[in-house]
Design a binder for this molecule. Structure first.
Ligand code: X8Z
Ligand code: ZN
Length: 593
């Protein structure tokens, strides 16, 4: 009897204790979140200005951004917040899992800004602001005439005159020179900030967001490259011969000259192929830029999503700055969750072509993810993707879906009675999605691994870059590129989205897993030939995945919704029919990778 009483007392005490600890934790999280939201919003507003209105010598904007970012960093990295989160986590077993997740987020954010190394954090913020300004304030020129990056991309897509192609490609890389010292500085500062809280380097810090070690992430990426390599090898061979024919070059080169390809980094070759009967570029040109964004919205709404909020249309910056404007803007596409609440915006430079058609779908994928996980069940600190790759996958998947023939026919963008060659469509898709893997999982990921985890010395940046490009993509520069260049830095992510590009590699394999599920389990359609438009069941499936944000474990989410782990199988299966076709096309041709 006495024993039972004792047991009851112990039990009651532990219940009370649990409640006390949970309440104390909630109090801390509520206070932290409300202060964090204010500072985050101020930082996002300042960054928005810095990315949409770039004027040389405008120190006021740059200073304001630095001030706002420092205030946010000071708060997230404060000793007090770190200690409190650590202390509460010592009683992890007593806390709700969702509280544990939030405390872990607090510590993750702190690790990028530890107060103990405040000077390094401040120096990094300054260097980051300057790097973005230099990258997007850069005046690209061809023959002494200012050109936009959209102009350069147009030339690389359509021009067949080799000197003109070369001039455009070389112009696109000029920006790297002035970014090199800034990148070296950032390499050091990024590593030093996260090292203060025990991470070995900035790469491992960014990877840890997936609950993975650097080795696990590198192994996964290597596996993706290897699995896609047989197909890439066929595409590489095909492209060398077809492009040589197109440019009237009699001797087919072993490696693809970078300026032959229709993209500044050789990451997407899809415009090499025109599918007879489908002229999306022609149709889009007549529709105009605004129509592209509105059409992407219509697609999401057709699936059962809300219309975009008014603030999106009021505050976004969707179209290119005029070439003669007194300011420049960030010309890469992005989506912003300004206040982690209802202020959602996109920054783009949409012109009416098929690349931007896809990109508008990609960006709205981010926006609808923001909108869906902004709900009472997802605390502010967990308003993020299940992982970063999920965030990138959703819009890219809708971009893929929005390019398939039945979808285009449904929208009258392609004549309804047209017969088209399915193999050409598949080839065009492979030149986008398959070609992307050696670039993302290979070049970008390994370069940044070398940069941060192995402290790549500055005098090897360009040599290492081209070593990777040759090794993974089988691409070589038009002529020797010495260390006065920094061609890696012509890619925005190297400067302002560091050590995260594997997100995109994973997002591409993930999107085929999702797409395969939607096509076969929901639509009962061939994955090569789907029409998602207007299907509310697809919308509900997406809502189920997107609404919990980061409040769920991404591996569990995959198991629960798809019943599988992350894998390239769906992607390989999708492109399998192409293998035989390409082998035939490539018969008698020399393979070099
Ligand atoms: O950077 C992007 C998005 C950012 S929201 C537009 N992407 C990668 C790139 O452009 O390099 C999308 C796919 C690859
Ligand atoms: Zn994105």
């Amino acid at each position: 009897m006495r024993f039972l009483i004792l047991l009851t007392i112990v039990f009651l005490f532990s219940c009370v204790n649990k409640e006390v600890v949970q309440n104390e934790t909630q109090q801390f999280l509520d206070n932290y979140s409300s202060e964090f939201q204010k500072l985050y919003y101020a930082s996002a507003e300042a960054e928005w200005r810095s990315n949409t209105y770039i004027v040389e010598g405008d120190t006021a904007t740059s200073n304001a951004t630095q001030r706002a970012n420092k205030a946010l960093a000071k708060f997230t990295g404060s000793k007090e917040n770190i200690e409190k989160a650590r202390q509460l986590l010592q009683q992890k077993d007593l806390l709700k899992p969702i509280q544990v997740k939030q405390l872990e987020t607090v510590l993750y954010q702190a690790a990028n800004n530890p107060e103990t190394v405040e000077q390094i954090v401040d120096a990094r913020i300054k260097a980051e602001t300057e790097q973005t300004e230099k990258l997007y304030g850069f005046d690209f020129k061809i023959d002494d005439k200012s050109v936009s990056t959209n102009d350069i991309d147009d030339i690389l897509r359509v021009e067949t005159n080799m000197p003109k192609r070369l001039a455009a490609w070389e112009s696109s890389k000029e920006v790297g020179k002035g970014l090199k010292s800034g990148l070296t500085n950032l390499q050091k500062l990024r590593n030093e900030t996260v090292q203060a809280l025990g991470y070995s380097d900035f790469f491992s810090y960014q990877v840890s967001d997936y609950g993975m070690t650097t080795k696990e992430m590198m192994d996964l990426n290597k596996r993706l490259v290897e699995e896609l390599m047989p197909l890439y090898r066929e595409l590489h061979t095909y492209a060398r011969y077809e492009l040589a024919k197109k440019y009237g070059v009699s001797e087919v080169p072993d490696y693809l000259p970078a300026h032959w390809l229709p993209n500044r980094w050789g990451q997407d070759w899809s415009s090499m192929v025109d599918v007879k009967g489908i002229d999306l570029d022609g149709v889009l040109k007549d529709k105009g830029a605004q129509w592209l964004v509105e059409q992407a919205e219509r697609f999401y709404v057709s699936l059962g999503m809300e219309k975009l909020p008014a603030i999106f249309w009021e505050k976004s910056s969707l179209y290119p700055a005029p070439i003669d404007a007194a300011y420049k803007k960030n010309n890469h596409a992005s989506a912003w969750h300004m206040d982690l609440e209802n202020d959602v915006r996109s920054l783009m430079s949409v012109v009416p072509n098929s690349e931007w058609y896809e990109t508008t779908h990609h960006e709205l994928g981010h926006i609808y993810y923001y909108i869906l996980y902004t709900n009472p069940d997802v605390p502010l600190l967990l308003r993020a993707g299940a992982n970063r790759a999920f965030h990138e996958a959703i819009g890219s998947m809708l971009g893929l879906a929005a390019m398939q023939k039945p979808f285009l026919q449904n929208l009258d963008l392609v004549p309804s009675d047209i017969e088209t060659d399915q193999m050409q469509s598949l080839l065009k898709e492979a030149l986008n999605y398959v070609v992307f893997i050696p670039w993302s999982a290979g070049v970008m990921t390994e370069f940044e691994y070398e940069l941060y985890a192995n402290n790549l010395p500055e005098n090897q940046f360009n040599a290492k870059w081209w070593e990777m490009v040759k090794k993974y993509q089988g691409i070589v520069p038009p002529s020797d590129r010495g260390e006065e260049y920094c061609d890696a830095a012509s890619k925005t992510h190297i400067n302002n989205d560091a050590a995260q590009y594997y997100d995109y590699a994973l997002s591409y394999v993930l999107l085929f897993q999702l797409h395969n599920y939607i096509a076969t389990k929901i639509l009962n359609e061939d994955p090569h030939s789907t029409n998602y438009y207007g299907n509310k069941e697809v919308g509900n499936f997406l809502k189920q995945i997107l609404s919990p944000g980061a409040s769920v474990d991404w591996r569990k989410l995959m198991q629960d919704t798809l019943g599988e782990e992350i894998s390239a199988n769906a992607m390989l299966e999708y492109f399998a029919p192409l293998m035989e076709y390409l082998k035939k096309e490539n018969e008698g041709r020399k393979y070099t990778i």
